[in-house]
Design a binder for this molecule. Structure first.
Ligand code: SF4
Length: 396
């Protein structure tokens, strides 16, 4: 069926929408996104700009339920369109080209179409610290979500360690029973002086307590670590102490999200004042090596799924894949200087995902080589580093 002659839709339905927050973890790219709180109640971390100048607010249970109801109506509408198009209720290619090809369908319609298409059964609750809600409110929201979307099998959320430790294991268990399966925590570092320096508002001991509590409640815990955060001043302690904190938690997931310092972030000011010195890519790789070597006695899954990471192949299950992950680093470090530079430019520009790409795609290799020469001749040797930084910063 031609798009123009597709099923006609009540305009009011086409305009159905619910509130969305600004971000989600990379691992939730195929999840249904529902906003249960707005922004971040802490909003002080020096490296973070996501919610700057935005005020935190709780949403009422009624507001959230209304959004869930709207999401259900949109999903039902898409299923009904699919039947009319002859796709039997499935969100397939035909349904996608209908929704994306017609004007008038908003972001929520498109998002739910893709969610149905992927069929992950996953839902991510936005924004930064949802366990700040009263436990009974969270339970009510989760129960309503389950009632409206019985097909959802995994619900995840961000929360801060400081917030988690204020909840009892019993109330976390209630939340788990109502359907919340996984908490993503921005651990960033396990080194107390660095936690203070970046104004994380939490101690290493509190990170450990929170991680253990989430696990005790039967939820999965996913800890975000920030390579580069210690700068040239604290990188060794950052790597070692962070690994030691994680050794005590044994989280289900350890995820790398490498530091980027944008001019709007407070850390940028520290950099210009001289109290923080950024590491270059090679220094951060050495730091990750030390971090991996210090991890011990745990069974976590490590992922480098964030675009800010230079080596996304540092991925695997501990302990069996530890050597494989260290080999990824060794392979990068053994590249001759010009090739490491070509890889960095290619990776930051989105052309490379592995150092193997250097040999597989000789045409891209040649183009990057010419580009480096060109930048050097016009801007001098610092020009290439500046170019790499600008390319990498585009992603955040
Ligand atoms: S707690 Fe998270 S969202 Fe809030 S300021 Fe810190 S890094 Fe940003």
């Amino acid at each position: 069926m031609d798009m123009k002659s597709g099923p006609t839709l009540n305009l009011n339905k086409k305009e159905l929408a619910f509130e969305q927050g600004p971000i989600r973890p990379p691992s939730e790219a195929r999840s249904l996104l529902l906003r249960v709180t707005r922004n971040c109640p802490w909003n002080q971390c020096l490296f973070c700009r996501t919610y700057k100048k935005k005020k935190f607010s709780l949403r009422t249970v009624e507001e959230i339920k209304q959004d869930i109801q709207t999401a259900r109506e949109i999903a039902d509408e898409i299923i009904s369109i699919s039947f009319k198009l002859g796709s039997g209720g499935r969100a397939d290619d035909r349904v996608i080209s209908h929704i994306f090809g017609q004007s008038g369908y908003g972001e929520c319609f498109r998002g739910i179409t893709m969610w149905l298409y992927y069929g992950t059964g996953a839902c991510f609750l936005q924004d930064a610290d949802n366990l700040i809600m009263k436990a009974e409110d969270m339970v009510e929201v989760l129960r309503f979500l389950k009632e409206k979307f019985p097909e959802i099998t995994r619900v995840t959320s961000y929360s801060r360690s400081r917030t988690i430790i204020r909840k009892s294991v019993e109330s976390l268990k209630e939340i788990r029973k109502a359907g919340l399966n996984r908490i993503h925590i921005g651990l960033e570092t396990g080194y107390d002086p660095l936690l203070r320096f970046i104004k994380k508002g939490v101690t290493a001991a509190q990170h450990v307590e929170a991680g253990i509590k989430v696990k005790e409640a039967g939820m999965e815990v996913s800890e975000y670590v920030m390579p580069g955060l210690g700068g040239q001043e604290m990188w060794v302690e950052h790597a070692v102490k962070t690994a030691k904190v994680l050794n005590q938690i044994n989280p289900d997931f350890i995820r790398f999200r490498s530091l980027r310092v944008l001019p709007v972030a407070g850390l940028y000011k520290k950099m210009t004042e001289g109290s923080f010195t950024r590491q270059d890519d090679d220094m951060v790789v050495e730091e990750i090596k030390l971090f991996l070597e210090t991890l011990d006695g745990i069974t976590s899954m490590i992922t480098s799924d964030h675009i800010t990471n230079l080596l996304e192949e540092i991925t695997g299950r501990l302990p069996e894949d530890k050597e494989k992950m260290l080999d990824v680093i060794k392979k990068y470090q053994e590249l001759p200087d010009p090739e490491r530079l070509i890889y960095r430019v290619g990776r930051r520009g989105g052309a490379y995902r592995s150092t193997d790409d250097l040999t597989f795609d000789l045409s891209t290799y040649g183009k990057i080589q010419n580009l480096i020469e060109d930048i050097r001749s016009k801007q001098g040797p610092d020009g290439v580093e500046k170019f790499i930084t600008e390319m990498a910063d585009r992603y955040i």
